[in-house]
Design a binder for this molecule. Structure first.
Ligand code: SF4
Length: 737
């Protein structure tokens, strides 16, 4: 049997053995991709540091300059995040800037249907005239914007303030809804504020690491390298239906039935309780709600948990004992938890385990959500979408007054509620309530769940504006107006990474054509809208950074001790909170060391709820369960950038593929490399068969990076976070015609 064309399993490419071959690969890359291949005459005459613009790890990259041109990069050796390592996306960060399909000039759809180049003046006037026209005719409800976790904090704050306070848009959300909304709600309810408590050093200090729904080896390769550096050596537990790259390297892999992780976590909590393997003094002093939780757990005897999860009782007991015996146990989760119909409660079940065993606030511990995008954390605090600037509430009058005072704006400009979430914005378009949409730096025509319906919805808009680096994204091709934006490396600002570290990214290359930074575009549109005066203090990213610093004062995310960009540059990034150097010293800081949480009583809360079945179970017509997730360390989301790198293209399969268990493949007569059709009630796609025991029988896995994947997914949402549940729906599998 022949290996399918163009399919390379990442485990073999990047290694999964705990001896750490990944480190070697990552450090060998300079010769392959970076500075090492430069000819002698192109040796740099200067180097500057910048933070990577892909994932939430927040690696620092040294960009090598000759004159004003960036001629290569290498990972920063003494940065506390990546310690001299970068994944393939980071190594290739510069090459995607020169792609031939960059948006270089504004484009307006003519009556013929073709896109025609126009100048910025006409683009800004068209934006204002069309959007205002819709607003006049249909009211403030009729406009919305979709932001991103890929822009600088300063840019997303300006966007959120401009759209809501300046332009009077009622609704705005971001693509962070698709990745982190669940963690936000889980933390807010449990801790009183959206506050991931850890620092990356914890990867190296734990003696037990429990990963739930997190293929960290692929999704966050440098974090995984930090695990590989752990000298203790740790027990690594992976809870995941798939035998992922991370699971292959684990000491315990619990291959749960998809979406039964909540039952498992409650079952483990019950066992810990029954055996007395908890920390009663921590629970009594620093938490509330435990008595009710104790009673609730009576409903989760081992027999029930075993039946619901498919995990043998002995394995569940082994996990409970491992947690009990660990001195420093850390719990980590990402999209396998967040993208679920009961994601918030699952995340909180993880938090409950950390609280009841006292594994929080100490080195090597924590209930730790790993963020997705490079600035999802900045978005969570400052995008002015679901939270008012600085993690405040739109509904809170005192919060509105604080923001109005600091920004010197009329308090009446601040909406009294957060507006609609992403899914409700899409519903609003379908219902004809929203007619104008501004999409910035995200690609819903690929990434939104149930793609056929999503595209149908977007096509109903009267006016769709897309602001992006590339005019070729699926969404940009549907736009009425395209605003060409500078990308990472062509502008400056700050990102906040998963461990709350604020890092600086810089301009190291010119933007192509007349493309402008998102910051400059927002300022231009403010002028054309007629609200430029409201943003007179928002002159530059660094001026906005100072405003945000004032907005953070007194909040849990207070970073008022950071004086300026230079301080960030010198320091290797600074984690919030950072009120001043005397109170918040050190480059590795975790939260809750004093047991004080952000609720009014200072205590963390146990939050829990009965489990619910997955909304769409396999049936006779669609007998398989579809799992989705990241495919490789060389692909990023909808591939608008990573697909532009010739190097990265060699590191992942070009064609969509589906992982099928050998049992199912034999039953259906499917061979490796054969084209198969995967269908759900909503649509179908063709994919190449990868026959591997990584998936259980009656389960299949398709990476999310390929556009057709979301033709299959079902528009189901967590009821509290409104995050889409991308991970489980019923599909059929057959040999393609
Ligand atoms: Fe960039 Fe994330 Fe890769 Fe680090 S791990 S180089 S931040 S994409």
């Amino acid at each position: 049997m022949r290996e399918p064309d163009n399919i390379t399993r990442v485990p073999s490419a990047f290694g999964v053995a705990r001896s750490g071959p990944l480190t070697r690969e990552l450090r060998l890359m300079p010769g392959a991709f970076g500075l090492g291949r430069l000819p002698e005459k192109a040796q740099p005459d200067a180097t500057t540091r910048t933070v990577c613009g892909y994932c939430s790890t927040g690696c620092s990259l040294d960009v090598h300059l000759k004159g004003n041109a960036a001629i290569g990069l290498s990972p920063t050796v003494d940065y506390p995040v990546n310690l001299g390592m970068a994944c393939p996306k980071g190594w290739e960060a510069l090459s995607v800037l020169t792609a031939p399909d960059r948006a270089t000039t504004p484009l307006l759809r003519a009556e013929s249907g073709r896109m025609a180049p126009i100048g910025w003046e006409q683009a800004a006037e068209t934006f204002a005239a069309r959007m205002k026209g819709i607003q006049r005719e249909h009211g403030a409800e009729a406009l919305a914007f979709l932001s991103t976790g890929q822009m600088a904090t300063e840019e997303m704050a300006l966007l959120g303030a401009l759209a809501k306070f300046g332009m009077g848009m009622r609704h705005g959300d971001g693509n962070t809804r698709q990745c982190m909304a669940t963690a936000v709600v889980a933390y807010q309810e449990a801790f009183g504020f959206d506050a991931p408590p850890y620092t990356y050093e914890d990867f190296e200090l734990s003696d037990v690491l429990v990963f739930v729904g997190s293929n960290v080896c692929i999704a966050h390769p440098i974090m995984w390298e930090r695990v590989m550096r752990n000298p203790h050596p740790p027990q690594i537990v992976v809870v995941d239906p798939r035998a992922t790259e991370t699971a292959m390297a684990a000491t315990q892999h619990l291959s749960v039935r998809p979406k039964s992780d909540l039952s498992l976590l409650y079952g483990v909590a019950r066992l810990l309780l029954d055996r007395g393997w908890i920390r009663p003094e921590y629970i009594a002093e620093y938490t509330s709600g435990f008595d009710a939780f104790r009673e609730f757990l009576n409903a989760f005897p081992l027999e029930r948990v075993e039946a619901e999860t498919g995990i043998a009782a002995a394995e569940i007991e082994r996990l409970a004992r491992t947690i009990y015996r660990g001195r420093r146990v850390s719990f980590w989760w990402t999209m396998g938890v967040n993208q679920s119909h009961q994601g918030v409660r699952t995340a909180q079940a993880i938090i409950n385990l950390a609280l009841m065993t006292g594994n929080i606030g100490r080195p090597g511990t924590g209930a730790n959500s790993i963020t997705g995008q490079c600035n999802a954390m900045g978005s969570r605090l400052f995008s002015n979408t679901t939270n008012l600037l600085g993690g405040r509430a739109f509904e809170n009058e005192a919060h509105r007054r604080e923001v109005a005072d600091i920004l010197d704006i009329d308090e009446g400009r601040i909406p009294r509620d957060k507006g609609w979430s992403y899914d409700r914005i899409m519903e609003g378009i379908l219902a004809g309530k929203i007619r104008g949409l501004w999409v910035i730096c995200t690609n819903p025509a690929h990434s939104w769940i149930n793609q056929s319906q999503a595209r149908d919805i977007l096509e109903r808009l009267e006016f769709l504006v897309v602001q992006d680096m590339y005019a070729t994204t699926e969404t940009a091709q549907m736009a009425d107006l395209v605003l060409p934006a500078a990308g990472w490396g062509e502008k400056e600002g700050t990102f906040i990474n998963s461990e709350r570290r604020i890092g600086l990214h810089k301009k190291v290359a010119p933007a192509p054509g007349v493309a402008l930074s998102d910051f400059a575009i927002f300022r231009l549109l403010a002028e054309s809208w007629g609200c430029g005066e409201m943003f007179r203090k928002w002159q530059s990213p660094e001026a906005v950074f100072q405003l945000l610093s004032r907005l953070s004062a007194g909040r849990p995310c207070d970073f008022g001790g950071i004086e300026d960009y230079q301080m960030l540059d010198r320091s290797g990034g600074i984690q919030w909170p950072y009120r001043d150097a005397t109170r918040d010293a050190g480059s590795q800081r975790r939260l809750f060391g004093d047991g004080r949480y952000y609720h009014a009583d200072g205590k963390a809360r146990f939050v829990f709820e009965e489990t619910r079945a997955i909304p769409e179970s396999p049936n006779t017509r669609y007998p398989f369960l579809l799992l989705t997730g990241r495919g490789s360390a060389s692909q990023w989301h909808t591939q608008t950038r990573t697909a532009k790198s010739a190097v990265l293209q060699k590191l992942y399969p070009r064609d969509p593929y589906v992982e099928i268990s050998p049992v199912d493949a034999a039953e259906l007569g499917i061979e490796r490399g054969q084209w198969v059709r995967v269908s759900s009630q909503r649509g179908s796609m063709q994919a190449k068969a990868v026959v591997l025991p990584t998936v259980q029988p009656k389960q299949v896995f398709v990476p999310m990076h390929y556009a057709p994947t979301n033709l299959l997914t079902d528009a189901v949402f967590d009821p509290y976070s409104r995050q889409p549940a991308y991970k489980a729906c019923a599909v059929n599998l057959e040999v393609a015609d």
